[in-house]
Design a protein around this ligand. Structure first.
Ligand code: SF4
Length: 664
């Protein structure tokens, strides 16, 4: 008997229209848990490095996390994995909402797609009935519009729909998959879905899902709910409001945008406007949001209400959450009204709200600086807002210059040439990042930016405060109920951390301490991504209800797998290493592990090298970032080390062959 998971995947060959229900190996769950962990195993086993994003052999996996669909609060993530067209590396993007629990209730843990459909189709999963249906009438339709049309034609108002818009159909490298209450945005996952000729996956499930020890499990769930209440009643003092509570960033609840608008960069990550925020703007933006926000909404089984439905006059309603609230506004140097309006169109098109505005601002910067000319933009309006709408259409339809811009700043700059590469300055591993430019190097963030493989810095940070507290009293108060630490040493690091003097950035926390902090933070994110837990209740906020001490109990009582902290840490390390191995096999090396060039003004090259050296060592990777044979064998990843030896990536004496590169 399988608990928490169903024990079955759906395997869909889109080229042949073949559908299979496949029993999975419970041994893989022990080793890799579920969600991201077992997705990574499938990608390793079945997608060799010669396969690119738009090859029929590339897989697109919709994986529900191991505990999704159980009563664990906030456990609702679908983890989508494939090879990214933007990076050529493994992309994994998380989607909240209701889709993953619905898939479990239909009787499946994953949908694994391969091949390409000759015609546009959608997949309809209704418990045991699974079929591919014609979607030619949905070609070019918006993602939300598509969901509504499908639910009507199936007469299934409760079905959950994950759909692409025109951007995905046209293989824009930063196309998203939208799902009404959430989206999988990073890594160009929507472009792969479009390339496969798949417009949507629709799920309706009515089966039960068992947990191993229901009474114990409910007790754990109730403890989490009680902690959420406690945290709500007792926000953490002395930190930014965004870090004081729980949930993913509660952008749809706040009106004070002083911090974001004055600290994040405007345009294509171009400039900081330190005196931007004033009373007049606050009043205007508050009115805009109050009018637009029809209600706050949550994902499946969660009280946090991080998202909101947005209804701008004259436009259809859509869902927004998090920082997309400001990305278009700031990219175009405009106001909130514009940002919320264009985001409606971009959501229907199905675009990543991080990358798309930066690419558009990048194009306008190239025009301003004479690298592109007016001839490249026939019919371009004169005003900035009009230009953004113009570029949005050009990119999504892949018309004219939009065809290049659809590949993102990194690839577009290379193809445009003429100095354009200097303007693609906010990338890590070829993907646009948060538009931030800061003063002095933060060694913890340096490591996260450089070595992270999630394509989004906000999905790696979390457990350790971003800055020291000003006074000893504040620090003592913070550590007094810090139950989440995996080791008491983290309390001492925080207690000794000062703003100035010997124990301050960039040399304190020390190199070893930074490595331990980043390892802890990353581990928690990877555990969330295997269990399907929203980071907003676990790895992202300070002092969350889920942590390394109660997670093993959830897995034991939920999935019936005997688990303790050490075994869980080892499992997370195993599939985290496997993700790295997939990318190493695709050519990623140390030289690719760097933050955007001017992310920090004051850099410390020697320290940065030491940080990488020590972190690699801690992770069991050699000096080029390649997992060593010994570490692979300790993690029961012998098949990876055999493959590395065969390919010459590792040699018998473990010296890396560093010849391969990720450069195209
Ligand atoms: S914390 Fe927010 S984003 Fe996370 S599951 Fe709850 S409502 Fe969704």
């Amino acid at each position: 008997m399988r608990y928490a998971e169903t024990g079955f995947n759906l395997e869909i060959d889109l080229s042949r229209g073949n559908i299979e229900k496949v029993a999975t190996d419970p041994g893989d769950t022990e080793l890799y848990l579920g969600g991201l962990g077992t997705n990574a195993k499938l990608i390793w086993d079945r997608v060799p490095p010669e396969v690119d994003a738009f090859s029929p052999e590339n897989l697109l996996i919709f994986g529900a996390g191991l505990l999704c669909g159980t009563p664990a609060t906030g456990c609702n993530r679908t983890i989508l994995s494939t090879i990214s067209p933007q990076t050529g590396l493994m992309a994994f993007s998380m989607m909240g909402g209701f889709w993953a629990p619905e898939l479990k209730y239909a009787g499946y843990d994953k949908v694994v797609l391969r091949g390409k459909s000759p015609e546009l189709v959608y997949l309809w999963i209704h418990d045991d009935k699974v079929e591919l249906r014609d979607a030619s009438h949905l070609a070019g339709k918006g993602s939300i519009e598509t969901a509504e049309l499908i639910k009507q034609e199936l007469n299934e108002p409760k079905a959950q729909v994950a759909a692409i818009g025109l951007a995905g159909e046209n293989r824009v490298y930063y196309a998203s998959i939208e799902q009404g209450r959430s989206s999988a945005s990073r890594g160009g996952i929507g472009a792969v879905m479009g390339d496969k000729g798949l417009k949507a996956i629709v799920v309706r499930g009515t089966k039960d899902l068992s947990v191993a020890k229901p009474a114990d499990y409910m007790e754990l769930c109730n403890e989490v709910l009680a902690y959420i209440k406690h945290r709500e009643d007792n926000p953490i003092p002395g930190v930014m409001p965004i870090l004081a509570g729980l949930g993913s960033p509660q952008e749809m609840k706040v009106h004070d945008e002083k911090w974001h608008t004055e600290n994040f960069m405007w345009g294509n990550s171009r400039e900081r406007r330190r005196d931007f925020w004033n009373e007049e703007i606050e009043k205007e933006w508050t009115e805009t949001l109050e009018k637009a926000r029809t209600r706050l909404i949550s994902c499946f089984n969660c009280p946090m209400k991080c998202g909101a439905t947005i209804s701008m006059p004259g436009l259809p309603t859509y869902m927004m959450k998090c920082f997309t609230k400001l990305t278009y506004t700031m990219g175009a140097y405009s106001d909130l009204d514009f940002g919320l309006r264009i985001a409606q169109k971009a959501t229907e098109y199905g675009l990543d709200g991080f990358s798309a505005p930066q690419v558009m601002a990048f194009a306008l910067e190239l025009l301003e600086n004479g690298i592109l000319t007016r001839d490249d933009f026939p019919g371009l309006p004169d005003d900035n807002e009009g230009r953004f709408y113009y570029l949005l259409d050009m990119i999504v339809k892949r018309e004219g210059i939009g065809d290049l811009l659809a590949k993102g700043t990194y690839w577009a700059a290379r193809e445009i040439g003429n100095g354009a590469e200097a303007y693609a300055h906010n990338n890590i591993k070829k993907t646009e990042q948060l538009p931030l430019k800061l003063s002095m190097l933060n060694p913890i963030y340096f490591l996260m930016y450089a070595t992270g493989e999630k394509m989004n810095i906000t999905q790696i940070e979390g457990q350790f405060p971003q800055a020291p507290f000003a006074t000893r009293e504040e620090r003592e108060a913070f550590v007094s109920d810090w139950i989440q630490v995996p080791d008491e040493k983290f309390k001492q690091i925080l207690l000794d951390w000062e703003f100035r003097g010997e124990n301050s950035m960039p040399f304190y926390p020390t190199v070893d301490m930074c490595c331990d902090i980043v390892d802890w933070q990353e581990k928690m994110h990877y555990i969330d991504d295997a269990l399907g837990q929203c980071a907003g209740l676990s790895s992202f906020p300070l002092k969350p209800p889920y942590h390394i001490h109660n997670y093993p109990k959830f897995i034991s009582a939920g999935a019936g797998i005997e688990m303790d902290e050490e075994k869980l840490s080892q499992a997370a390390k195993r599939y985290r290493t496997l993700v790295r191995a997939i990318n190493i096999r695709r050519g990623m090396r140390r030289k690719d592990e760097k933050p955007p060039e001017n992310h920090w003004k004051k850099r410390f090259p020697e320290l940065e090298e030491q940080l990488l050296d020590s972190y690699y060592k801690l992770k069991g990777w050699n000096n080029d970032g390649i997992p060593t044979r010994q570490s692979l064998e300790e993690l029961s990843l012998d098949y990876v080390s055999d493959d590395f030896l065969k390919r010459g990536i590792l040699t018998e004496d473990e010296n890396a062959s560093a010849e391969e590169t990720v450069e195209a």
